[in-house]
Design a protein around this ligand. Structure first.
Ligand code: GTA
Length: 157
């Protein structure tokens, strides 16, 4: 079957600052990888729920839950590794935007999982994006218990 993603330059808006290569190598990895990144997940979504949803696109090789590097608890992202490229593309095309645990998840092509990438890179231990959040998000309550589900804006007050 022909690739569903004809314009390969638009595979992902995300650029991993820690990718060990140049832009060309990064793009090649995105074009051939069988790994997807899932963002905007609830902190309470389990690996079993991820499996149930993502197996609809194809056979899953492995799921790696993203964890807060301090608390070692889920912090809103994960990686799903497939066996085939076609299934990987189907996951991005058909599952991105699906509501999982009341949240629209984002499915993004990923350059490939490596040990260490499962940890949040934010200073608090969770994801970087949550430290810049200015809207209310009840899941972020865990990050700033005293002030409610706001990110940097309220933490600074
Ligand atoms: N494939 O979209 C993604 C993606 N994201 C967001 C994280 N990962 C992703 N992989 C793919 N696609 O392995 C991966 C990372 C790592 C793991 C945890 O998830 O490769 P992280 O989210 O904690 O840290 O990563 P990361 O990705 O290094 O953070 P980054 O790129 O600085 O910032 C992510 C977002 O945070 C930005 O797009 C922006 O929305 C927000 N942000 C960052 N800095 C600022 C700032 N100064 N001001 C406002 N917003 C900011």
């Amino acid at each position: 079957m022909a690739s569903l993603f004809k314009d390969l330059t638009k595979l992902s808006a995300y650029r991993d600052r820690r990718f060990p290569g140049n832009q060309e190598e990064f793009e090649h990895a995105l074009q051939t990888s069988t790994t997807v990144y899932i963002g905007n997940m609830s902190f309470y979504t389990t690996e079993e729920q991820v499996y149930e949803l993502f197996t609809r696109a194809g056979e899953i090789k492995k799921i790696i839950m993203g964890l807060d590097k301090n608390s070692k608890t889920p912090c809103g992202f994960c990686f799903v590794l497939y066996y085939s490229r076609e299934d990987t593309e189907d996951a991005v095309k058909f599952i991105s935007g699906t509501i999982l645990d009341d949240r629209p998840i984002r499915v993004d092509f990923d350059w490939g999982f490596q040990e260490g990438r499962q940890w949040g890179r934010g200073r608090s231990g969770g994801q970087v994006r949550d430290e810049y959040r200015t809207d209310y998000d009840p899941d972020i309550l865990k990050l700033c218990v005293c002030v409610g589900g706001y990110g940097k804006l309220v933490q600074q007050e």
